[in-house]
Design a protein. Structure first.
Length: 560
């Protein structure tokens, strides 16, 4: 007698569950199917962003893989929003909350429908951590599949992408390009389906998930519009069934060592600052003891090897052509940077998977050698000091400035700060501070790619610092520090900064400080009053439940 692979759907057995089965028969479940595991296919398909426009076809392929393996596939959908489309608008406040909405909705369907396994397909920035948090909380065998990267656009014979357009706005404001040139860049940047093409947040998180062992080897760098991507989802459907056969659960894969592998790959690739926020949130869901300080520990020993945008020359599709994330992992493992004994969704260890994988192609230029890295240590660092006692995050890839001291130019929202930059009211050496835009204060911790892109376009990205208790896009580069915590809304020191206070960012000491005495800060605190929180709708719920960014900005950090 064959093994019964059902974990939860056994609940539908027996005379008492005849009504439940009647409902399932209406969606095509047969007598034979009721003896098989029911496997959900969570699709983030939507027409609101190019990242996800192709996911519907991928979900259908995943369904075929589940069915052919012997399971009963059931597709369901969840939401997505586009950071690139909402960037710089009030809509950006919904971006980070969408991560938790995605996670909660997938977990809800898996739990309510008594599903035995899950294939989760995500593409845009918040889909990936949202799917992974859901996988952690659902506690059934699961595989994540990345929808894949977009191809680069082309303008004047050069590859461009969405960040080229944000920076083009700054060039236009500075008078370096005219309306026609900006429009030409706009119309060429995004040629089709797939997530933003550089080592931005989506590609960063996809790479991290593969390094963690929760997606198929080689799948994170396969482009959206490729035969390899179509194959990824079909094989993922088969892989979940095999995980059920072998009793492999997310808890067996997502260990502390697996998270360390993910951080290592993110550092080597020069990934997004958002990886820190999201990996902390996924670890929280898995009940893995990962802290913000673990990132500095790994940063100190892992070199930055990838010459990828936003600070480098190449995009994810270029990495795919020279061997992909899998080849980079093979290189890291061979040089002692990865835990090779971690289990993966294939049922094999990281080392076993990589033993069968080809290495980087010869004479490639995307990944630098260990003896000539982009940077001898990782580009993502956590800064602490009297301006951010519990930690802030900076990305230093391509940044030559090691220490910057300048007067604070304080703004309580992004709109006013952007207006000041566009009106040439910001001077070299200034430290722009945008506060009350943290997880609670935003609410939703909006990204600041619009203003950071304008600073780059105006040539001010290393002469002016930009600090915020909000976030930055994976496409941001320059002298920027985000995730400053505690946030202003919670009365963090950033709330007490005043115009003209001297602020110092020291990347070598990993410090972020303000030249204000403790006595003066205490005097200022006596007159500080927290602004009212949102009270209604999604943003109201989020503002009242979300944790500090140094804890991953999670919404179920209860009784901790």
């Amino acid at each position: 007698m064959s093994k019964d692979l059902r974990i939860k759907s056994k609940a539908f057995d027996g005379a008492m569950r005849a009504p439940n089965r009647a409902m399932l028969r209406a969606v095509g479940i047969s007598d034979e199917d009721f003896t098989k595991p029911m496997i959900g296919v969570a699709s983030t398909w939507a027409e609101v962003t190019p990242c996800n426009i192709h996911i519907n076809d991928l979900a259908v392929s995943a369904k075929k893989g589940v069915r052919q393996a012997g399971g009963v596939p059931l597709i369901f959908n969840t939401i997505t929003v586009s950071d690139g489309i909402s960037m710089g608008t009030q809509g950006m406040r919904y971006s980070l909350p969408s991560r938790d909405l995605i996670a909660d909705s997938i977990e809800t369907v898996v739990g309510a429908e008594n599903l035995d396994g899950l294939v989760a397909i995500g593409a845009c920035d918040k889909n990936i951590p949202g799917c992974m948090i859901a996988i952690a909380n659902s506690k059934v065998p699961a595989v994540f599949v990345y929808g894949g990267t977009i191809a680069p656009g082309s303008h004047r014979g050069k590859d461009i992408d969405i960040v080229s357009v944000f920076e083009g706005v700054g060039q236009h404001n500075a008078g370096a390009i005219d309306n026609d040139e900006l429009r030409a860049i706009e119309c060429s940047a995004c040629p089709g389906a797939g997530a933003c093409g550089g080592m931005y947040t989506a590609n960063t998180m996809a790479s991290a998930v593969e390094a963690m062992g929760m997606s198929l080897p080689g799948s994170s760098s396969n482009p959206a519009e490729s035969e390899e991507k179509a194959a990824d989802v079909k094989v993922a459907g088969e892989a979940v069934y095999k995980m059920l056969e072998n009793d492999i659960y997310p808890k067996d894969i997502m260990t502390k060592e697996a998270f360390e592998n993910a951080i290592t790959v993110v550092m080597a690739l020069g990934g997004s600052t958002n990886a820190i926020l999201h990996l902390l949130a996924i670890a929280h869901a898995m009940e893995v003891d990962l802290s913000i300080d673990d990132f500095n520990r790994i940063q100190e020993k892992v070199p930055h090897l990838a010459d990828l945008k936003p600070s480098g020359r190449f995009v994810m599709q270029d990495l795919h052509r020279v061997g992909g994330v899998q080849a980079v992992m093979k290189l890291l493992l061979e040089n002692g940077y990865l835990h090779g004994d971690c289990l993966t969704v294939t049922g094999k260890t990281v080392a076993e998977n990589l033993a069968e994988a080809p290495g980087l192609k010869e004479e490639q230029q995307v990944i630098m050698p260990f003896d000539n890295p982009k940077r001898k240590d990782g580009p993502l660092i956590v800064l602490k000091g009297n301006l951010s006692p519990t930690g802030a995050v900076a990305k230093l890839s391509g940044v030559k400035v090691k220490r910057h001291t300048g007067p604070a130019r304080v703004f309580n929202n992004e709109k006013d700060a952007t207006a000041a930059v566009m009106a040439d009211e910001i001077n070299e050496g200034d430290v722009i501070v945008i506060r009350y835009v943290g997880p609670k204060g935003g609410p939703g911790m909006p990204e600041m790619l619009s203003i950071s892109g304008i600073l780059v376009g105006k040539g001010m990205d290393e002469s002016v610092a930009l600090l915020t208790d909000g976030r930055f896009s994976g496409g941001t580069h320059g002298l920027v520090v985000g995730h400053i915590s505690p946030e202003a809304q919670d009365g963090g020191p950033i709330a007490l900064l005043e115009e003209g206070d001297l602020v110092t960012i020291d990347s070598e000491k990993k410090e972020i400080t303000m030249d204000v005495s403790e006595e003066e800060l205490e005097n200022r605190r006596k007159g500080w009053v927290a602004p009212p929180l949102y009270t209604k709708g999604v943003l109201g719920k989020y503002a009242h439940n979300v944790s500090c960014s140094s804890k991953g900005a999670v919404t179920d950090y209860l009784n901790k």
